[in-house]
Design a protein around this ligand. Structure first.
Ligand SMILES: [Zn+2]
Length: 243
């Protein structure tokens, strides 16, 4: 049996699972979405709730199978001294230096991070400074690689190759028709060759604006073992989101 979970949000329980109903004017039929954020039933604006719950109940086994197959959410890394970070695939141990000024410095496998007292909790200050540092590091590393590989890959001269480092939620890079390249700063935590792969992938889009056979042939010319690095991302990519 289903019963309403709370009066404000239109939702109901299917076993232990909250199903949220999302109505829209344009929608003509019902559909179910199972994701990290939970289960959603997308429905036409005026469909009766009993029709929706009956449909969802009839799909209970399918929903449970998909919920079980979801990867466990990655817990956020606690940014205290001793936390294990990664830079270009090498481990770095975080050392927080409270009430100190100055730059972030790498020293013998340690990342020394001075942090001043502020209105923020110390862990937020550490996170902000650390991510700023990672982004700057990523910008420099990516610029060098783009220059190097663009020359090797005969990227057309009309492409601008401006590089931006961004906070993407689910992609590692992008390239538009003008050659504006954007990269996810988190990629800087991955091994150097994975970074190379992402750069080569995006630059290959300067030639082929799709993922056709021709596109992958260009990638393979410049990186014969690209599949290894792509699968590294598929397996380890979620860990790069712990920060
Ligand atoms: Zn692509």
């Amino acid at each position: 049996m289903t019963k309403p979970v709370d009066a404000d949000q239109e939702s109901f329980l299917l076993g232990d699972t909250v199903v949220v109903i999302v109505r829209s004017v344009r929608r003509k039929s019902l559909s179910i979405e199972v994701g990290q954020q939970g289960v959603k039933a997308r429905a036409p604006l005026r469909m009766r709730i009993s029709t929706i719950t009956q449909f969802v109940e009839s799909k209970e086994r399918w929903i449970n199978r998909h919920l079980a197959a979801l990867p466990a959410p990655v817990p956020e890394l606690a940014l205290r001294s001793g936390a294990q970070l990664s830079l270009l695939g090498s481990p770095l141990e975080l050392r927080v230096m409270p009430n100190q000024h100055g730059k972030v410095v790498i020293d013998h496998g340690q990342l020394n991070l001075p942090v001043k007292q502020s209105h923020l909790p110390i862990e937020s200050s550490v996170r902000n400074k650390l991510i700023r540092w990672y982004k700057e590091f990523a910008q420099t590393e990516l610029e060098q690689r783009v220059v190097q590989f663009a020359a090797q890959m005969d990227v057309p001269a009309n492409k601008r190759l401006n590089i931006r480092v961004r906070d993407y939620k689910r992609r590692w890079g992008s390239c538009d028709h003008q050659g504006e390249l954007s990269f996810n700063w988190r990629i800087i935590q991955a091994p150097s060759q994975v970074l190379d792969y992402v750069v080569i992938h995006e630059l290959a889009h300067c030639h082929e604006f799709n993922h056709s056979k021709r596109f992958w042939a260009i990638v393979a010319t410049h990186m014969p073992d690209w599949k290894t690095h792509q699968s590294w991302l598929n397996i380890n990519g979620a860990d790069l989101y712990r920060l």
